[in-house]
Write a protein that binds this ligand. Sequence first.
Ligand SMILES: [Zn+2]
Length: 169
Amino acid sequence: MLQMSAAHLQQICDHAQRTYPEECCGLLLGHLEPATERKKLVEVWETLNAWEVAEKEAIASFSAASGQRYSKADRYRIDPRDLLEAQRYGRDRQLNIIGIYHSHPDHPAVPSECDRAIAWSSYSYLIVAVDQGRAIDYCSWSLDDRHQFQSEALVSLDPASPQNLKSKI
Ligand SMILES: [Zn+2]
């Protein structure tokens, strides 16, 4: 379960619309309750999509292996330096990286095989579907024991509307 405010969701959807037709990406900083595996989002950390850097550095083994060319329209990569900076920022504030968000321009909010291949088991993966430049859907995913994505509940942190966030868009 991922708890977040409507303002956080809005910030992520705005980011996704701004970078269209390319994928946006960023980090979710917050708290993880180990006993319940409940995650609480405190801050949205926008990053640049560093996919082209990855291709230049020839570390995009997934695209190389499949023989296909990908671009920022259908791939994202977070620069390790951005990860490090966010970790450092979070350490001073008792915040952890609890997940990653990215957008799917003109594709559903469903993880791709590449998303699954690079996913970490303790993170939430929030995906925003952007259709013709407008964020139209979103869904959060986390890995199960067999490294398969399962959708997870998105719950509002706003006291006035504690219900599931799914009806917001
Ligand atoms: Zn994706």
